[in-house]
Ligand binder design. Structure first.
Ligand SMILES: [Zn+2]
Length: 327
């Protein structure tokens, strides 16, 4: 099966009450772990590449690895794995164009830090080029806090999406999906202790997502796919393994999975997951080094990292996104 866009995926997800996982990829083990999970669960997949990942691994390597995953699914599992390749946080027309010309089936233009009018102008420019080439576009309204690759926003500079803006934005730009800010945040340190309460075990509990904003947006944009960025849950079991094996990630915290499950049943059709891949892989590799100080073959620890990613992604597909058996 060739690469697909997210159009069909989102339509089915919207009406089926589930979301598609958009997982960030940087190397072979990460791609294999994610793809193996999707194959086993018969789940549609969005593999997304940030500007930083493209600089790290090179466009052509990532494309060929993703093509290999699809071919492997077909040959070894007899399964036509539907995969969309998406640019995460495109910050210029030129970057989006380069990804479209290079075979991506979906791009994000993130002009959310610009004025409303400038955001519309740039998003529309990307949409015009993308649609001419059969590629879909995600844009963003509102500003998420947090740090992800080259996107860095202080919490005082973040702002929730204003539902009263969404119809005009979508109509004037022609975008295919919209990322909104309802309280998710980029990175593994989504909230400070001061923003949270603590549960009976003393673990930080972040402020709840603004489902009222999501509901209002959905009412104004019927059947329109909404995207959640910064939606890793930073599982505490991984943070614990990291901290117990020489790491230092104090008070790393994410979005509770029940809230993501609820969003997936609503208008949210794409949930971005990056930090959870990082912590899963890092935890397993740290554990491996501690358990086997004599090992020096990268296949030994990277193999563990790949297995950890596969397990984590399977859990997300089944228990959080609900997109198992939807391919
Ligand atoms: Zn993001």
């Amino acid at each position: 099966m060739p690469l697909v866009t997210t159009k069909e995926m989102f339509k089915k997800a919207y009406h089926g009450g589930y979301a598609i996982g958009a997982f960030n990829v940087n190397n072979m083990e990460i791609i294999q772990g994610i793809a193996d999970a999707a194959i086993e669960e018969h789940a549609p997949l969005i593999l997304q590449v940030s500007k930083g990942a493209r600089a790290y691994a090179k466009h052509v390597y990532l494309m060929k690895l993703i093509e290999a995953a699809i071919e492997d699914a077909e040959q070894n599992a007899g399964f036509a794995l539907p995969v969309a390749v998406h640019l995460d946080h495109g910050d210029s027309f030129e970057l989006c164009k380069s990804c479209i010309d290079g075979g991506f089936t979906s791009v994000m233009i993130d002009a959310s830090s610009k004025s409303f009018e400038d955001n519309i102008a740039l998003s529309k420019q990307v949409v015009d080029y993308a649609h001419d080439h059969g590629v879909v576009v995600e844009a963003e309204l509102g500003t998420l806090a947090g740090v992800e690759d080259e996107v860095k926003v202080k919490s005082e500079d973040s702002s929730y999406t204003r539902p009263e803006d969404v119809e005009e934005f979508v109509t004037r730009t022609g975008v295919d999906s919209l990322a909104i800010a309802i309280g998710t945040s980029h990175g593994a340190y989504k909230f400070t202790a001061a923003q949270c309460t603590r549960d009976e075990r003393g673990i930080l509990v972040p402020p709840p997502l603004r489902f009222d904003i999501l509901e209002e947006v959905a009412k104004r944009l019927p059947e329109f796919p909404i995207v959640l960025h910064g939606a890793s849950s930073v599982p505490q079991e991984f943070v614990k393994i990291i901290n117990e094996n020489g790491g230092k990630m104090p008070d790393a915290i994410g979005i509770p999975e029940e809230q993501l499950r609820k969003a997936a049943k609503m208008a949210v059709c794409k949930i971005n997951i990056d930090s959870d891949l990082r912590v899963a892989m890092t935890a397993s590799i740290r554990q491996h080094f501690n358990d086997h100080p004599e090992h020096f073959d990268p296949r030994q620890y990277l193999g563990d990292g790949r297995t950890a990613i596969k397990k984590m992604v399977q859990h997300k597909i089944v228990d959080v996104l609900g997109c198992n058996n939807k391919a």
